[in-house]
Design a protein around this ligand. Structure first.
Ligand code: GRF
Length: 221
């Protein structure tokens, strides 16, 4: 990852995001809102949906963001679909890719083109409960806390280095729906925060850990 560029106080930020969705897009909306409220110094250059009927597409259009559909149905295999996605992201000069409810595994072309520059949000405290229906898995397992995780994307499902996590309690009368709602509030809070952290640089991946480097003595105030 290259060093961050200086903050742009006027006009759109120079840090360009590509957001990949498949569904309702509430995390996309949280990112849109964080940018609008100047809590996230970035701009969304493009939204890509794997599904033409994703309701998140309307959120993108409402916000005046270009939205593109790249459906796996239109491509013979995952890699050729991913290559189209890479082309769309590159043509929009995207710096960081954010998966936000994107219901497909990321293939090699995308992982290679955006190495350590793809984030995902998952509704559990990884490495617990990867994959689908994480909130239902947590409830059925009987954990007393669950939460949300933002992580760098690797070839392993929900398996890359963790950037941020937030914890929520699991209550006795929770259903998958009530637990999901409580976790979603935290997702919307930590995703923009994690994006900012990654864009700001000053971190390294050591083994499985995303480690923030303390500023050197010469740059400290
Ligand atoms: C979220 O729970 C996210 O953690 C998971 O898929 C869901 C997407 O929701 N990966 P939305 O489309 O952002 O509303």
């Amino acid at each position: 990852m290259t060093s961050p560029e200086p903050r742009n106080e006027r006009g759109p930020s120079s840090r360009r995001l590509g957001v990949l969705i498949s569904g309702r897009g509430s995390n996309l909306q949280a990112i849109i809102d964080a940018v609008d409220r100047h809590r996230l110094d970035a701009q969304i250059a493009v939204v890509i949906s794997s599904r033409p009927d994703a309701s998140g597409l309307a959120r993108a259009r409402e916000a005046g963001i270009e939205a593109v559909i790249v459906s796996p149905r239109d491509h013979p295999d995952r890699d050729s679909c991913d290559r189209i996605i890479v082309d769309v992201l590159a043509s929009h000069r995207v710096d960081l890719v954010c998966l936000a409810g994107y219901m497909r595994l990321v293939g090699e072309p995308l992982l290679t083109a955006f190495a350590d520059r793809i984030l995902n949000i998952h509704p559990s405290l990884l490495p617990a409960f990867p994959g689908l229906e994480a909130q239902k898995q947590a409830l059925e397992y009987g954990v007393r806390v669950s939460g949300a995780t933002v992580h760098l994307v690797s070839s392993e499902l929900d398996g890359g280095p963790i950037v941020l996590q937030a914890v929520v309690p699991v209550l006795d009368d929770d259903t998958a729906e009530t637990l999901s709602s409580r976790i979603l509030v935290e997702e919307h809070r930590i995703y923009p925060e994690a994006i900012q952290l990654i864009l700001d640089g000053g971190w390294v991946v050591e083994g499985r850990r995303v480690v923030r480097r303390a500023p050197s003595a010469s740059t400290r105030a």
